[in-house]
Ligand binder design. Structure first.
Ligand code: ATP
Ligand code: MG
Ligand code: MG
Ligand code: MG
Length: 472
């Protein structure tokens, strides 16, 4: 079963259970200036959960595009190294706004997995929050889950909160056991679950409101917020152990492999690069489709960092010249059907990526040579790349700090971040003292033009979102 079909089945399953099918919101949160990116399905419903906004429905279902590449949730460093983490992914979710609660949420989830998708119960593992006896009883006594595949887990994993105060509550998570040939221990054992026991679905039971003293008060109408990673359930349904081996990623990986003249599954090193590139093209394309333009700060800098990391992996694969933008078409083929904004913005996305990659190409070559030189000249027992060198790479060659850290990690080194920060602070002080207009980034004219074109679409997107927030 392909990813697109799972998405469709999920939306239809919950539509059939009276859920409003609501389109994915933008990666750029429209109602929350404190949040860098939409990182979960609930983000677009935050005000509904808080009771500040009312919609014409009390049950909703979405497939929400998410980005976890900055802020509190950052999975950037995991990408390519685990079978299950991406920067950009889709979160399938069903929501109840004061409508059904724990029992029904559990029943829906279990029915979707075991009946609709036909997954064998023996492959599933369930956790609840240590103090949530109510959920434990539902799973054990009513759903008849095998106690061998059930565990209580503490607050770090199984208690969710919107912030320091406000709505919060226990979670129940469902894992899929990919089998003993993979590394990892059962949830609740205190050891790493690895790529064996993969968390596929998180059910959040939003039943409390935490006040300023930290006291929990029962919410009069508790809510349900759930999230299941489409890529993870696709791996399960396609019988593979790595999300990157699903139909959602393989066309991208094969295209990159062709450009590089390598084959996927040939060597670990090239596989990591191919997976990183396949991950990053999704993140970058959707960011640009949602109106983000590469820049030196904020969201635009996250985009720039991701593009530059992808460019470096392309270089590691031996690709000469700009290649990244050529992955947009296979991505549109794979996802443009559901996410029409991707198809509509295709030309813009390609142009931005091409300009950005070409701008970085020359300094990438020089910077990599410089970094090699720095590493060669380190004493044999050195564990760190000096902050000054990392700063030089940033300042002269445009290497974001995380790119230097990534390269350092591959060589068994870390980076002196404090030293980097010191040099950065000094440079800022110097720039302030001699403010004469230099040192400003030259933004290519093409970006301004694209930005203008974009604002039109962003505005329309926002309008249509608030005016008719549903498909059906
Ligand atoms: P993990 O513990 O595996 O990092 P999480 O607990 O951080 O996941 P949640 O915040 O509970 O994840 O998000 C709900 C669901 O979204 C997860 O159960 C998982 O299926 C999916 N998900 C979370 N992060 C990622 C990611 N980086 N890439 C792909 N899917 C993800
Ligand atoms: Mg996580
Ligand atoms: Mg988790
Ligand atoms: Mg979770």
């Amino acid at each position: 079963m392909e990813g697109a079909e799972i998405r469709r089945k999920f939306l239809e399953f919950f539509a059939g259970r009276d859920h409003e099918v609501v389109p994915s919101a933008s990666l750029v949160p429209q109602n929350d200036p404190t949040l860098l990116f939409t990182n979960a399905g609930m983000v677009q419903f935050k005000d509904v959960f808080l009771g500040r906004e009312h919609r014409g429905y009390t049950r909703a279902v979405t497939s929400q595009r998410c980005l976890r590449a900055g802020g509190k949730h950052n999975d950037l460093e995991n990408v390519g190294h685990t079978a299950r983490h991406h920067t950009f992914f889709e979160m399938l979710g069903n929501f109840s706004f004061g409508d059904y609660f724990k029992r029904e949420a559990i029943q829906h989830a279990w029915a979707f997995l075991t009946e609709e998708l036909g997954l064998p119960e023996e492959k599933l593992f369930v956790t609840v929050y240590t103090e949530d006896e109510e959920a434990a009883r539902i799973w054990l006594d009513e759903m008849h889950i095998d106690p061998e595949r059930f565990a209580y887990v503490g607050a770090a994993d199984n208690f969710w909160a919107m912030g320091d105060t406000g709505p919060c509550g226990p979670c129940s998570e469902i894992f899929y056991d990919h089998g003993p040939e993979l590394p990892g221990a059962p949830p609740g054992s205190g050891e790493d679950e690895g790529d064996r026991y993969v968390e596929i679905w998180n059910l959040v039971f939003m039943q409390y409101n935490r006040d300023g003293d930290g006291t929990l008060h029962d919410l009069p109408n508790p809510n349900i917020d759930t999230g299941m990673g489409l890529e993870r359930i696709a791996a399960v349904m396609e019988g593979v152990h790595n999300n990157f081996d699903t139909d959602l990623f393989l066309p991208l990986i094969h295209q990159a492999a062709e450009q590089a003249g390598v084959r996927y599954n040939e060597s670990d090193a090239t596989d990591v690069s191919l997976r990183v590139i396949a991950d990053h093209i999704r993140a970058c394309a959707f960011l640009i489709a949602d109106g983000v333009i590469p820049s030196n700060e904020g969201r635009g800098y996250v985009l720039r960092r991701i593009i530059r990391r992808a460019a470096r992996h392309g270089r590691m694969l031996g690709i000469q010249g700009a290649f990244f933008h050529q992955l947009v078409q296979p991505l549109v083929d794979a996802m443009g059907h559901h996410f029409t904004e991707l198809d509509e913005q295709r030309a813009t996305i390609e142009r931005v990526l091409k300009i950005e990659e070409e701008r970085f190409a020359a300094t990438l070559t020089e910077g990599l040579a410089h970094l090699d030189e720095v590493i060669r000249s380190l004493p044999a027992d050195a564990a760190q790349i000096p902050g000054e060198a990392a700063f030089r790479l940033y300042d002269t060659y445009g290497f974001p700090l995380d790119l230097t850290e990534d390269i350092a990690r591959e060589r068994g080194l870390s980076v002196d971040n404090a030293g980097f920060d010191e040099h950065m602070a000094e440079q800022k002080a110097r720039a302030r003292a001699s403010w004469g207009g230099s040192g400003e980034e030259q933004v290519p004219q093409a970006y301004y033009e694209l930005l203008e074109n974009h604002q039109g679409t962003e505005f329309l997107g926002y309008q249509s979102l608030s005016a008719e927030a549903s498909l059906g």
